[in-house]
Design a protein around this ligand. Structure first.
Ligand SMILES: [Zn+2]
Length: 296
């Protein structure tokens, strides 16, 4: 693939004469690859092209792009274009070419479109016979070259979606695996799922089994925790009840203590009274004794 640079010394004009590259002219020729170099380089030829694309997928470059090659047969077309020759089987009118040749040409066309900023259309990739009465480029398909060039310029978006099918009919395409899983799981008995064209239903079934196991484990754990919660609640209730009983006992004890204190005060009072009386009696006795003594 590609184009090997083997520049010729004759049959081209230096520069673009005020014009600029905005078109590709497609040609066909019979004969082996290197025969073109010999012909284009000989002063007698008076013709040339920038590139040649061979049937085996290889190619050659004969003229620098910034120079004007002599290929279109019309000077104004030459100054604005790149000429690409295409090897054929000697019968240019038939459509026998190779995929490798089309591919190599398309890659060069895409490169030119990108570097010189013009689109790949039927207006910019032209058959030689658009400008002169000739068979060239014969059975070569300009449409195919344009199509393959555009494929390279704008490659289709890769198919990296998860596609869900029910009974063989696609019901959705998802970039996210979890969304695809949900769509598949909703119709689990009748659906299959493909990624990039491959059936990945078994992968999703494996994921589902793992998830199911996790759900089972979690359910067991929830059950266990529920039991523990129930036990703790019972213990709390019992503690509360014990606490209430203790508080009640405490109040009773405080009351009993108060009653005892009252009794004690009462006893002390009675005691004080008795002491007072005793002293009184002693005084009376004492006075009586004195009285008796003085009477004697
Ligand atoms: Zn031609």
């Amino acid at each position: 693939m590609g184009f090997n640079k083997v520049l010729i010394e004759n049959n081209f004009s230096g520069g673009r004469f005020g014009d600029y590259i905005r078109e590709i002219i497609i040609h066909t020729y019979g004969g082996p690859g290197r025969s073109l170099w010999n012909w284009f380089n000989s002063a007698a030829a008076q013709v040339s092209a920038h590139y040649a694309s061979f049937l085996d997928g290889n190619g050659e470059q004969y003229v620098e792009e910034w120079n004007t090659a002599w290929h279109a047969g019309v000077w104004e077309v030459n100054t604005r274009s790149i000429g690409i020759e295409h090897q054929d089987n000697g019968n240019p009118g038939d459509s026998w070419r190779t995929p490798e040749q089309y591919r190599n040409t398309a890659e060069m066309c895409a490169s030119l479109c990108l570097r010189f900023n013009f689109p790949a259309t039927s207006g910019t990739i032209s058959p030689h016979n658009r400008y002169v009465q000739k068979v060239c480029p014969g059975g070569l398909s300009i449409e195919r070259i344009i199509a393959e060039t555009n494929q390279i310029l704008a490659p289709p978006i890769p198919d990296n979606l998860y596609k869900v099918f029910i009974n063989g009919n696609q019901i959705g395409a998802f970039s996210g695996k979890d969304n695809a899983f949900n769509a598949w799981y909703t119709n689990i008995n009748s659906s299959t799922i493909k990624f990039n064209g491959n059936d990945v239903t078994q992968d999703f079934t494996n994921i589902m089994n793992i998830l199911q196991q996790q759900v089972n484990d979690l359910t067991s754990q929830v059950s266990l925790i529920s039991g523990q919660l129930s036990d703790i609640t019972s213990q709390l209730t019992k503690s509360k009840s014990d606490n209430e009983n203790l508080t009640k006992q405490n109040i009773d004890l405080v009351n009993q203590l108060k009653a005892l204190q009252d009794q004690e005060i009462k006893l002390v009072d009675e005691n004080s009274l008795s002491v007072g009386r005793l002293i009184g009696l002693l005084i009376i006795k004492f006075l009586n004794a004195i009285g008796r003594k003085s009477k004697q």
